[in-house]
Design a protein around this ligand. Structure first.
Ligand SMILES: C[S@@+](CC[C@H](N)C(=O)[O-])C[C@H]1O[C@@H](n2cnc3c(N)ncnc32)[C@H](O)[C@@H]1O
Ligand code: SF4
Length: 380
């Protein structure tokens, strides 16, 4: 992919000023899962070192000494980097960004990449939250999902993280996997709750275009089952809430006070800066995405050019509609005054039992949450 400076980029060389939320994308994985559409790549020899240098350089050139309150290093699998690479990355970021006011600092890990040395190093650099992909506890489903770890490795990795002093851990689960039974889903929730993480994300499997799973669905090997997904979703909310994990967004459940502040900021429509290949940023009226191509990204940054794939000016109405759509996904809901201009759509949703009052606010009903994507599409 060729990356060119857009006319917007030339006029506004660095619009990052003021973002209080920082995302950094590390695209490497040990193995590619067949359902995943994040921008990712196998960490081959010679790829990771230049990427680490490029991210540091992007922070220096275009980060405007960002002083984030929350940081989320995601991927891919950031901990697919070696200890030395992680050390260089963090030391470089600390030179060019200001982490003095950072109160939540998350990194994503795959259970197969957790080691005591990495955990200790990350703690030393101020990382205070880890999000780990578990997906399932069933050995057959783990295999079908192409996961590189087994259930025992999840237990060991979780123990290593606790030992290193992490007291804010999230575990990701996926439901609606082909052939998954309700009993298997309940067992995955039970085992996850048994470890006692502070936060649990439960995602419905999405058949994303350009994935092996999507092709298998197109060939008729897999099929989406909206009704059974709804059953998994409802049972998940019920079991997690009984175990003390309050649902605060459709797919997110936390012990009181352990909601992910970084994601809450996104959903509330705050500005955020993204560094690394494929990362999105939204600052004021501007939204841009970095090139989802590691080589092109590295080349652009080395040449001192913003590594853009695209950049756009967002109409205020679009940003407001996005905030409403995200706000409705949250259990706290939104101020009904913000819906005044969408009167017809809103009363339609109420009549269909998809929207309800929640104290002085308004939010999706449990049934509405099952249709959140469709409702968001109508709003935006
Ligand atoms: C970047 S990964 C997490 C860290 C690490 N790469 C791993 O997989 O263990 C982000 C999470 O997104 C979820 N995810 C990815 N693709 C998905 C899909 N197609 N449908 C539902 N959830 C998905 C998974 O739960 C995954 O843990
Ligand atoms: S789910 Fe995680 S480990 Fe699997 S390919 Fe996606 S980013 Fe990589």
């Amino acid at each position: 992919m060729r990356v060119e400076a857009s006319p917007l980029a030339t006029r506004h060389p660095s619009p990052a000023t003021g973002a209080k939320h920082l995302y950094i994308h590390i695209p490497f994985c040990l193995q590619i899962c067949p359902y995943c559409s994040f921008y990712k790549d196998i960490a081959g020899p010679g790829k990771a070192d230049p990427l680490v240098e490029a991210i540091i350089r992007e922070a220096e050139l275009f980060g405007n000494r960002c002083a984030p309150h929350t940081v989320f290093i995601g991927g891919g699998t950031p901990t697919a980097l070696s200890v030395t690479q992680l050390e260089r990355l963090f030391a470089g970021l600390q030179r060019h960004l200001d982490f003095t006011d950072t109160d939540e600092f998350t990194i994503e890990m795959n259970p197969a990449t957790v080691t005591a040395r990495k955990a200790e190093l990350l703690r030393g650099f101020g990382v205070n939250r880890v999000s780990m992909g578990v997906q399932s506890w069933d050995p057959h489903l783990l295999k079908l999902l192409g996961r590189v770890h087994d259930a025992d490795q999840v237990r060991r990795s979780f123990a290593i993280l606790r030992e290193a002093g992490f007291d804010n851990l999230n575990l990701d689960l996926i439901y609606g996997v082909p052939g998954q039974s309700l009993a298997q889903w309940e067992d995955s929730i039970r085992q996850t709750v048994g470890l006692g993480p502070e936060h649990i994300s439960a995602y419905c499997l999405t058949y994303e275009e350009d994935t092996e799973y999507f092709e298998r669905m197109t060939r008729g090997e897999f099929r989406e089952d909206v009704e059974s997904d709804a059953g998994f979703f409802e049972r998940g909310v019920e079991m997690l809430s009984a175990a003390g994990y309050g649902q605060y967004e459709i797919s997110n459940h936390a012990r009181p006070g352990r909601e992910c502040r970084h994601n809450l900021a996104y959903w509330e429509g705050a500005d955020y800066l993204g560094l690394g290949p494929s990362a999105w940023s939204t600052i004021g009226e501007r939204r841009w995405q970095n090139a989802p191509d590691t080589a092109a990204y590295v080349q652009a940054v080395q040449a001192g050019v913003r590594p853009l794939r695209n950049e756009e000016i967002l109409p205020a109405a679009t940003r407001e509609a996005e905030k409403i759509a995200f706000g409705l996904r949250m259990n706290a809901g939104i101020d009904p005054a913000r819906l005044a201009e969408r009167h017809e759509l809103i009363s339609g949703l109420r009549e269909e039992g998809l929207l309800e009052d929640h104290g002085p606010r308004v939010r999706l009903t449990p049934r509405g949450r099952l249709l959140a994507d469709e409702i968001a599409a109508e709003l935006i």
